[in-house]
Write a protein that binds this ligand. Structure first.
Ligand code: AGP
Length: 603
């Protein structure tokens, strides 16, 4: 998954491109580059392995000037990070930056090599560039060439292209990966995502699959995949620059954890009316079975949702890892409903799962954070959460609002099916409305969590254990820790540990035990004692109802008093802070962990 951007206008293109790439670096950051057309129409390419800073240093040493250019920050899919594999890639007629994967790149390379093309890099992007070049040689027209090339390319791509004989124009084409066009005061930009244009424009055009744009200083023209002109309406950009900046926090992750109470309030404000859920009719047509498709943290929100919806609404819920769902020939029927949960709305596996569900005639609902994203636009109904831009690779505030949507769905379905009394429904929603304050209480106690994080300094292994509603919570806590500290952490149903995995417990090994469900606390106490007797160091997350277990723990954090149904939301904040401080103590790159990217738009 990569970030692409482009600028054409009155100002210096390099400054605009770097500003855009800085805002996109969360999408991938193993190499970066720009191609800039100077006043004489010559294109200068500067690209390098490494973070964006390395590119900036190169440009400081050998500046390039021009008013039109394209830029790229990479997360390698084809070919290791290197100068030669960095984008842009091109020919003597054009240059390309690309986000996505061209699945038939080998076939294209063979065909083009046979026709005399020489490839310098290992990338699929270069195959795309030469395919466009070949089409351009035949058509002599950029739009016609892109239409012809799009028929040859298989996979997903968002491309920015400059043609040497079309000075100060940028062409863009989108298939399966996000691409927006923004018109600012001094020119126009293309970008993979909104943060890249936040300083530049107040509204943008969201391109659809198959669409092509020709972007000039004074505006953009759009075409369909046949090359026919189409008209598009710009959408206001609701995010402000400050929201996408770090706001004085050491890391975006910490900022975004601190934003959870606010975005929780905003999301509840959007989907709670008169004390009850208002999900805009998303589930009004009733559904006898639910399938939740998602990846990573979003999938964990789905697992909490499963527990809640089955317990409250008595609707069977299957949670499928999206990358499995799409290849498992799922058994779906018209009375089914598929919920896709995705922060970015661009996760390739989740998007593919949505498309499969739709092809099977099943209603699809999206819980998505990015307006105008692919999932948001392709589901039958999108419930857009209000977490705002989530920049840190580790998802925190988006998870918080995904949980809220699961609660509201459970209550909505419970009321609709008569399995939940109005009184209990109002009680749960009232508890949700008080959750932001409870989250703030956890955040205020972060010094305690910071001390608990010290227990993770020496270890390379860790367990998270929980029962019932705490088990999916443990899974999310474990993922947070492993993805930013690189500690090998595993989540286990507490009662299952003794069936094998307990063999891994060694002296001093930390085990994070979640005990927020009063009815299960005795069982959890036994499990804590099992691991402690084998030398484990028990870090307990408890509530006022279960804090007596502290006498059997090495460290304890007591969550604020809430309806115990709601503890996944408060426990998540505590575990996010635990992971955050453990990562900081290790000197890890918290916002951009190794090997990861914010939105995985490739398979
Ligand atoms: C979250 O901390 C991870 N970075 C990752 O698991 C993420 O949740 C997953 O890739 C799904 O992303 P999405 O919500 O944008 O679809």
């Amino acid at each position: 998954m990569c970030g692409i951007t482009g600028y054409t206008g009155k100002s210096d293109a390099v400054a605009r491109l770097l500003s855009g790439l800085r805002a996109l670096e969360y999408r991938g950051y193993d190499s970066a580059g720009v191609a800039v057309m100077d006043a004489q129409g010559a294109v200068h390419v500067v690209k390098t392995k490494g973070r964006l800073r390395a590119l900036e240093e190169r440009l400081e040493k050998c500046p390039v000037h021009g008013r039109c250019g394209i830029g790229h920050t990479r997360w390698a899919t084809h070919g290791a990070p290197s100068d030669v594999n960095a984008h842009p890639h091109g020919t003597d007629r054009l240059y390309v930056v690309h986000n996505g994967i061209i699945e038939n790149d080998r076939e294209l390379r063979a065909e083009l090599s046979a026709r005399g093309y020489n490839f310098l890099s290992e990338t699929d992007t270069e195959a795309a560039a030469c395919t466009i070049d070949s089409a351009y040689a035949e058509t002599g027209d950029p739009v016609a060439a892109l239409c012809a090339a799009a028929k040859r390319l298989r996979g997903s791509y968002a491309l920015g292209v400059i043609f040497l004989d079309h000075p100060n124009e940028i062409y863009a084409v989108r298939e399966g990966n996000p691409l927006i066009v923004a018109e600012g005061g001094d020119g126009c930009m293309i970008a993979s995502d909104i943060p890249a244009v936040l300083r530049f424009a107040r509204d943008c055009y969201v391109m659809e699959d198959g669409e092509i744009a020709c972007v000039r200083e004074d505006g953009a023209e759009f075409f369909d995949c046949q090359g026919k002109p189409i008209s598009k309406r710009a959408a206001a950009i609701e995010w402000n620059m400050e929201a996408a900046e770090r706001g004085g926090f050491a890391h975006f992750m910490l900022k975004e954890i601190h934003e959870e109470p606010l975005v929780a309030r905003q999301t509840l404000g959007r989907y709670v009316k008169d004390g009850l859920p208002d999900l805009r009719g998303a589930f009004d047509n009733g559904c006898e079975r639910l399938t939740i498709v998602a990846c990573g943290t979003a999938m964990h929100a789905g697992l909490v949702g499963k527990w809640l919806i089955e317990r409250i609404a008595r609707v069977p819920v299957e949670v499928c890892i999206a990358s499995e769902f799409r290849y498992n020939e799922p058994v779906l029927s018209p009375n089914h409903c598929v919920i896709a949960i995705s922060q970015s709305g661009e996760t390739a596996d989740t998007l593919a799962a949505v498309r499969l569900a739709k092809s099977l005639g099943v209603r699809t609902v999206g819980v998505v954070n990015v307006p105008g994203s692919s999932v948001a636009r392709e589901v039958d109904q999108a419930l857009i959460t209000c977490a705002g831009p989530e920049i840190s690779v580790a998802s925190t505030k988006a998870y918080a609002v995904q949980l809220l949507m699961m609660y509201l769905t459970a209550v909505q379905l419970g009321l609709g099916r008569g399995t939940l009394s109005m009184e209990r429904a109002r009680q749960i929603v009232s508890g949700l409305m008080a959750l932001p304050a409870a989250m703030e209480e956890v955040i205020r106690e972060d010094a305690q969590i910071r001390r608990m994080a010290a227990c993770l300094d020496e270890t390379e292994n860790c367990f998270f254990i929980g029962r019932g509603l705490d088990y999916p919570g443990a899974m999310e806590g474990s993922l947070k820790l492993k993805e930013i500290t690189y500690i090998h952490s595993e989540a286990y149903a507490a009662g299952e540990l003794k069936h094998g995995a307990i063999s891994l417990i060694t002296r001093g090994m930390p085990v994070v035990a979640l005990s927020t469900q009063a009815a299960l606390k005795e069982k959890m106490l036994s499990n804590m004692r099992e691991v402690a007797s084998r030398g484990a160091r028990v870090l307990l997350l408890a509530t006022p109802e279960t804090k007596e277990l502290a006498s059997d723990a090495d460290e304890t954090f007591v969550l604020p008093a809430t309806d115990e149904l709601l503890t996944p939301a408060t426990a998540a904040v505590a575990m996010q802070l635990l992971a955050y401080y453990a990562a900081v103590r290790r000197g890890c790159d918290v916002d951009k962990p190794r090997n990861l990217a914010k939105s995985v738009t490739v398979e």
